[in-house]
Design a protein around this ligand. Structure first.
Ligand code: ZN
Length: 269
């Protein structure tokens, strides 16, 4: 499921291939991905216009359309973008396609159909209404500490709580906790100042590195630095740090992968 680093790379892809090109036509491959707008309405709003700029907030992506309005993208489980030209193979599961001049196309592709494309009047208001916390890549250490220490429950759940920090999901919460050497069930409010500092630093480093290494592309695992958990997210796999066995547990119905040796269980937990 696309998380902050994936969506950041989708944003960069859209910047490279989708901006400042006049939309000459639209093809809706599946109306299910449109939210609050019909295919006909969207065609009317976009035709003759172009996407001007992009903004990412957490796992949400906004593309400004001429002045003031936005196309909003949420990538669900399998959403991504594809830019292609006539003569090149059409991407499978092409759900919304913008046709540009010179036979160029830009598509929102989504096999599982949990992604959404919305017409948004005001991106700021949208973010407020969704009650999203600060973006995980922008939150400073002080705010991070304040928000985390006010949170009840397991650390993994806190990292995934979009109202606390926006952008982190199941995979990157595991990765961050692994590098910070913290157990997924550590109570969020129980961390001392040193541990919070470490967690904040590792959150930033993991997300930045994942962006740089091309999160969102299928060959990400090959490109990650040694010592990352991601290629070892299989029960019984070896921990890349200590060689011990990777274990799993459930946190709010999500499966956490962790190393019981490197990430000690909290006292009494
Ligand atoms: Zn280990």
């Amino acid at each position: 499921m696309p998380e902050l680093p994936d969506v950041e790379n989708f944003r960069r892809y859209l910047e490279r291939h989708g901006l400042h090109k006049k939309v000459e036509g639209i093809k809706v491959g599946s109306a299910k991905i449109l939210k609050g707008v019909s295919g006909a309405e969207l065609t009317r709003k976009l035709k003759g216009h172009s996407l001007q700029s992009t903004r990412r907030y957490g796992k949400h992506l906004f593309a400004a359309v001429d002045e003031g309005h936005y196309l909003g993208f949420h990538f669900g489980l399998t959403g991504r973008f594809a830019h292609f030209k006539d003569g090149e193979e059409d991407p499978k599961h092409d759900r919304l396609r913008l046709d540009f001049p010179r036979r160029e196309h830009f598509a929102f592709v989504d096999q599982r159909l949990f992604g959404r494309v919305e017409w948004i009047d005001d991106a700021e208001e949208y973010i407020r209404n969704k009650k999203l916390g600060p973006d995980a890549l922008s939150v400073d250490e002080k705010t991070f500490r304040e928000r985390l220490s006010a949170k009840r429950g397991a650390l993994k759940a806190a990292l995934m709580d979009q109202s606390l920090f926006a952008g982190i999901g199941n995979i990157y919460s595991d990765e961050i906790l692994f590098h910070a050497k913290l157990h997924p069930k550590t109570p969020a409010s129980a961390l001392d100042v040193k541990a919070i500092k470490r967690l904040h630093r590792e959150m930033w480093r993991v997300l930045e590195t994942a962006v740089k290494k091309g999160a969102g592309a299928e060959d990400l695992e090959r490109r990650l630095p040694k010592g990352w958990l991601l290629p070892h997210r299989k029960k019984g796999a070896e921990c890349p740090a200590c060689g011990g066995k990777i274990a799993t547990l459930k946190v709010e119905s999500r499966t956490a992968y962790f190393c019981p040796t490197c990430q000690k269980a909290p006292e009494g937990g």
